[in-house]
Design a protein around this ligand. Structure first.
Ligand code: AMP
Length: 119
């Protein structure tokens, strides 16, 4: 599978559509989900063209992987999620329910999130 640069997150990275930015560095962008599933719903994405978590962790550089991991506490702090907790999700592929084929971590909180997986 090849990376499709017409996906919505690639457009956000190119500045073709807007996003509500939370955090940005050389390798990472974090922004609010446009269709939040909880009171707080952020997305953390690498700036590089990786399809999913498997592609990212297989092919990204150490610096990109480190930057994405380090961005998590920065976003958690910015959104004040640390005390009460949050959920991190990375959907991958059709069975994983991934809609946007650019790797992203969901950071979801602001209320008690329901069961991890439904039947
Ligand atoms: P996934 O199903 O894991 O691929 O998640 C994709 C996420 O992207 C969903 O939670 C959508 O609500 C979110 N989303 C779709 N379009 C946009 C957009 N333009 N800006 C921010 N988030 C978006």
């Amino acid at each position: 599978m090849t990376y499709d640069d017409k996906n919505v997150f690639a457009k956000i990275l190119r500045g073709e559509i807007p996003s509500k930015k939370i955090y940005e560095d050389e390798f990472v962008l974090a922004f609010h989900d446009a269709f939040p599933k909880a009171p707080v719903h952020a997305l953390i994405i690498p700036k590089g063209p990786y399809i999913d978590i498997d592609d990212f962790n297989s092919n990204a550089s150490d610096a990109e992987i480190l930057a994405l991991s380090r961005a998590i506490p920065k976003v958690v702090d910015a959104l004040e999620l640390g005390n009460k907790g949050f959920r991190t999700i990375a959907n991958a592929g059709a069975n994983g329910g991934q809609e946007v084929p650019h790797f992203h971590l969901h950071i979801i909180g602001g209320k008690v999130i329901g069961p991890m997986v439904q039947g």
